[in-house]
Design a protein around this ligand. Structure first.
Ligand SMILES: *[C@@H]1O[C@H](CO)[C@@H](O)[C@H](O)[C@H]1NC(C)=O
Ligand SMILES: *[C@@H]1O[C@H](CO)[C@@H](O)[C@H](O)[C@H]1NC(C)=O
Ligand SMILES: *[C@@H]1O[C@H](CO)[C@@H](O)[C@H](O)[C@H]1NC(C)=O
Ligand SMILES: *[C@@H]1O[C@H](CO)[C@@H](O)[C@H](O)[C@H]1NC(C)=O
Ligand SMILES: *[C@@H]1O[C@H](CO)[C@@H](O)[C@H](O)[C@H]1NC(C)=O
Length: 441
């Protein structure tokens, strides 16, 4: 009796302990630690996205109109319409002009809402491919160049510099599913994708320039992230200059392999499970939430989202953009609403980025006289104080630890070991069979 009770009690406690180890492995196997040995860190500079406020290229537009026989009044009205459509986002859909001629012109050109973005893309000149260096959109720190590419954002076609995201995040890939063309002007120079600074360097920064437009709008964000449409500097006819401080969140080299997404509660950018986007970042995930919300409320999605998927969603006609979206603009942007007219933002959960940076900045300054200095508009960034703290995602309870823990528990309570297990199996199989056949062992 005593033995039996002891056995039952130990089995019970063994199971309880093992379950708690399994639970720890599933839910608490990673943590975020603080690192403080800042002398040796390489810190990536923040990223800048610049949106030119004049979108279409006049010579491409004139050529297009010539080819399709659109003249005079029709041409001017089409220009105004497309220019504003290309410049529209959640906070200014109501600026899209309505002319009587637009519907017939679009019919004549056979442009449906699905082609809005393609047409805008075709009529936009990618300034990073401009042959003349002074007019090219490029990014440099004075000696080496930094990668810039044209991207499709929620604010139309913009230019992204200094980013870790792969080339799948580009306008061409989002619209046509093709990687950007080889940029021979960039490759002719010594260049890096992301500028890195160390603790002892003073005044590390870069300038993105070459915007030959009247005004620009700029966004500064982490180099592991994309811009957030409501986090902009605003319309400016001067350049902008930033003096940010960045604190990085890094990840252990083995984090990706040793912990699954649900264990580490974060995603790397190539681990996308989004429907419309080939890459994952937290802001892109929120864009997808916004897109789904727009689809739910207005029954269609704005033209600036990639829709190159198996079951494309209907794209909004400009009239719907004007009628349905402005009413709900703040709900779409914030994804929640103060006076809760709508229900909760419907199960939209976005995981963090595994690698990221927290950017703090003083009020960005308008740079006066950039146009005279550089011959074009641009934005510059200068880092002169480096982080002394850094966060690191680490695996603290790996699969090996789980095995050891379960094995140890079973050993403690039941005297269990692998040899014992083999013996146990042997006892009830081979030995039993032999015994029954009649061998004496
Ligand atoms: C920092 O960057 C330099 C080159 O930019 C590289 O040689 C070095 O290994 C990096 N250090 C660390 C700790 O990553
Ligand atoms: C418009 O596009 C042409 C190439 O088609 C280019 O040479 C020109 O610089 C562009 N204009 C502007 C203002 O970007
Ligand atoms: C583009 O949108 C911004 C923000 O609404 C506005 O200030 C700017 O004037 C627009 N640009 C053009 C060319 O209409
Ligand atoms: C845009 O350009 C591509 C390639 O030049 C062409 O195939 C496509 O039909 C154009 N789209 C529109 C809407 O004009
Ligand atoms: C992506 O994964 C998260 C959980 O990791 C889930 O909540 C979300 O619904 C998934 N998104 C899609 C589009 O499947």
């Amino acid at each position: 009796m005593l033995w039996l009770i002891l056995l039952v009690v130990s089995v019970y406690f063994c199971i309880i302990s093992c379950l708690s180890s399994v639970d720890r492995f599933k839910h608490k196997s990673t943590h975020i630690g603080l690192e403080r040995n800042y002398y040796h860190w390489n810190t990536s500079l923040p990223s800048i996205t610049v949106c030119p406020m004049q979108r279409l290229n006049e010579s491409l537009f004139s050529k297009y109109c010539r080819q399709h026989g659109i003249r005079e009044k029709f041409k001017i009205e089409l220009w105004n319409f497309l220019e504003n459509l290309a410049n529209s986002t959640y906070f200014n859909f109501d600026r899209i002009p309505v002319y009587d001629s637009i519907d017939s012109t679009l019919d004549q050109l056979n442009i449906h809402p699905e082609q809005y973005m393609e047409l805008i893309y075709n009529l936009t000149f990618d300034g990073t491919y401009e042959p003349i260096e002074r007019q090219r959109i490029h990014c440099t720190d004075g000696q080496i160049h930094i990668g810039v590419r044209q991207v499709l954002t929620e604010y139309g076609i913009c230019y992204l510099s200094n980013s870790y995201l792969s080339e799948e995040y580009s306008s061409r890939y989002f619209i046509f599913g093709l990687y950007p063309e080889y940029n021979k002007y960039l490759h002719a120079n010594r260049f890096v994708q992301v500028k890195i600074g160390t603790f002892f360097e003073k005044d590390v920064g870069f300038t993105i320039m070459g915007f030959d437009t009247e005004a620009i709008d700029t966004y500064m964000h982490s180099p592991f992230e994309v811009m957030k449409v409501d986090n902009n500097f605003g319309y400016t006819v001067e350049g902008t200059s930033y003096e940010p401080e960045s604190e990085e969140i890094t990840a252990d080299a083995n984090l990706e392999k040793e912990a699954s997404i649900s264990q580490r509660k974060c995603r790397f950018y190539h681990e996308s499970n989004l429907t419309h986007f080939p890459i994952y970042t937290r802001n892109i995930c929120q864009q997808e939430c916004r897109l789904n919300l727009a689809y739910k409320i207005c029954r269609c999605i704005p033209h600036f989202y990639p829709n190159n998927i198996r079951n494309p969603k209907p794209v909004c006609n400009y009239r719907v953009l004007k009628s349905c979206f402005p009413k709900h603009a703040s709900f779409f942007l914030k994804l929640y609403e103060e006076d809760s007219k709508h229900e909760e933002p419907a199960a939209c959960y976005c995981e963090q980025n595994c690698r990221d940076a927290v950017i703090k900045t003083k009020q960005p300054q308008a740079m006066r006289g950039t146009r005279q200095l550089l011959g074009s508009l641009g934005s510059s960034l200068l880092v002169n104080s480096w982080p002394r703290n850094r966060l690191k995602r680490q695996v603290i309870f790996s699969f090996t630890d789980l095995l050891v823990s379960i094995g140890g528990t079973a050993g403690l309570y039941l005297g269990f070991s692998v040899l014992g297990l083999v013996e146990f199996i042997y006892f009830f199989t081979l030995r039993l069979v032999w015994h029954m056949i009649g061998y004496k062992i």
